[in-house]
Design a binder for this molecule. Structure first.
Ligand code: NAP
Length: 494
């Protein structure tokens, strides 16, 4: 539908981005925030056409897409506010001590933008994690131009959002290179973008294979760059004995909805549920099976994701010691993902890495452990995750403290007596986790702290006040929070 961006066009895009970087990085925090707010307004102005187009391209229902656009607008506005607050700059000032031996210099440090950022959006969030999504908003807040590689599964939606960003850039009189939108049906476009010498960072959400490839390219460059890839996760759920003895039915009902919400196409989908093999777990499984039976299949995002779901599900179910315990009673139509629950033993799960892999869709596997020792072995063997959930009473928490510690080491977000689906956009959110959930567990891709991914610290030593950035000047003209001689303050110096 769209022509691939040619090598010459791509080269021009990068030249423009580099030129724009040197203008944009000098703009004030307020000017960056105004740009982001303008994008939010233009996203709204894109009106029903945007929603209808996304519905056609993604099979997502209207209400979900309206909600997701509202979330994207909220993200842009709240990150803009945080950008303007200057809090994320981590401004530090240690004033000189002349009579110290040797004399202590005046040192002032803050974060500065990295340079042009390439963003690969996610197929499952056409707005919130795509063209004007979290990565783009964070990069603009940090002071970086953005080049988006449109996701081929929603290329027209991406075009409409890109047009909204371009209108906002024009409203704010920004140089044209501040934002670019490119298409490419082959991986060659992505490779050229990641390897281009003017690219200084990458944001990605999608498959492990895709994210790891971009990460490798980023690291193999003459000048390696950070590639922030958010990839797969099975989001383990640990059912602790006392909790499940008192709420097997409620927990199962809650999880049937979480596993099938959005046809299971969330990176936080609970893909592995671990319990102790006893009557309480049987009751949990029976209820879960009955609920799943009544949930109809629904169209998945695109034929590629559907195909991958069917293949991975079939591969897991055909493994030794894996039983199918529930499947939707309704036949699936074209590209529809069928809700499915499998089960296995902890011994089989521990011995077979395939059972630990993400099956992206409305699927989960229940792991039956002989005892808490086996549950602990599962927790210790699992790879890095975005989230882990403990369904536990206070007694469980006290009694199984080593398991709690093992789970803490596993993921970025620890949920107590809830479900992992649903990622709140706020400063305390952590959406990231140890590899392979992401390529850098120190950062988040949701919440305004994600801005820091696209910035680096610079220290100014003994600079005269008039040449310092406003953020570090004695008078604190921006009124931002700074750590001055180890105390957090908005006060001016001297
Ligand atoms: P994807 O295949 O990883 O694609 C995401 C983006 O990265 C697309 O723009 C894609 O462009 C690009 N890309 C992928 N591999 C590439 C490579 N080797 N070289 C250059 N560019 C590459 O993800 P998807 O299409 O959204 O979904 C596929 C699978 O990803 C799902 O079945 C699921 O397992 C997983 N997924 C995970 C999440 C998550 O939140 N972690 C979200 C959605 C999907 P091209 O297609 O043009 O190469």
């Amino acid at each position: 539908m769209f022509n691939d961006t040619t090598a010459e066009e791509l080269s021009q895009v990068m030249e423009d981005a580099w030129e724009a970087f040197h203008v944009y990085r000098k703009l004030s925090l307020k000017q960056r925030a105004d740009f982001m707010r303008s994008i939010a307004v233009e996203m709204e102005n894109a009106g029903d056409e945007l929603i209808q187009t996304a519905m056609q391209e993604t099979n997502l229902p209207e209400a979900r897409l309206r909600g997701e656009r509202a979330r994207t607008i909220f993200q842009l506005n709240s990150y803009a506010q945080f950008c303007e607050s200057g809090q994320w700059l981590e401004a530090r000032i240690d004033t000189a001590v002349a009579d110290k031996v040797p004399a202590k210099p005046d040192l002032r440090k803050m974060l500065v933008p990295l340079g042009p950022v390439v963003v690969f959006g996610a197929s499952n969030f056409p707005f919130a994690y795509s063209t004007a999504g979290g990565d783009t908003a964070c990069a603009f807040a940090a002071g970086c131009p953005v080049i988006v590689k449109a996701h081929p599964a929603h290329a027209q939606t991406s075009e409409l959002v890109a047009a909204a960003i371009s209108r906002a850039a024009a409203n704010c009189y920004l140089p044209k290179g501040i934002f670019a939108h490119v298409h490419g049906a082959s991986s060659a476009t992505g490779e050229a973008l990641v390897k281009h010498h003017y690219t200084k960072a990458v944001g990605f959400t999608g498959s492990f294979a895709g994210g790891k490839q971009l990460f490798d390219w980023g690291n193999q460059r003459k000048e390696p760059i950070p590639v922030f890839a958010e990839m797969g996760s099975v989001n383990p759920v640990f059912l602790l004995p006392e909790k499940i003895s008192v709420s097997a039915v409620d927990t199962a009902k809650q999880y049937a909805l979480s596993i099938t919400q959005g046809v299971g196409q969330f990176c936080t989908n609970p893909g592995v549920i671990i319990g102790i093999d006893n009557n309480d777990l049987d009751q949990f499984i029976e209820t879960l099976a009955a609920e799943i039976n009544n949930i109809a299949p629904a169209a998945m995002l695109h034929p590629g994701i559907y195909k991958s779901y069917v293949e991975k599900r079939a591969a897991v179910i055909s493994q030794p010691d894996v039983a199918m315990i529930a499947v939707s009673a309704t036949d699936a139509g074209l590209n529809e993902g069928t809700p499915t629950i499998a089960s296995t033993t902890a011994t089989a799960f521990l011995a077979n890495p395939m059972l630990q892999q993400e099956v992206f869709g409305p699927y989960s596997i229940v792991v039956r452990c002989a005892d808490m020792k086996e549950m602990m072995a599962v927790a210790l063997q699992l790879e890095g995750q975005l989230t882990s959930t403990l369904m536990a009473t206070e007694n469980d928490m006290l009694q199984y403290e080593p398991l709690l510690e093992a789970v803490k080491n596993l993921c970025g977000r620890l949920i107590m007596n809830g479900i992992p689906t649903g990622v709140e956009v706020c400063l305390s959110m952590q959406h990231g986790g140890p590899f392979p959930a992401t390529t850098d567990s120190r950062f988040t891709s949701v919440g305004a702290d994600g801005i820091k991914r696209f910035a680096r610290p610079v220290a100014f030593q003994n600079w005269s006040d008039s040449f310092l950035p406003d953020e570090l000047k004695n008078s604190n003209p921006l009124g931002i929070w700074r750590t001055v001689n180890n105390e957090l303050t908005k006060e001016k110096i001297g």
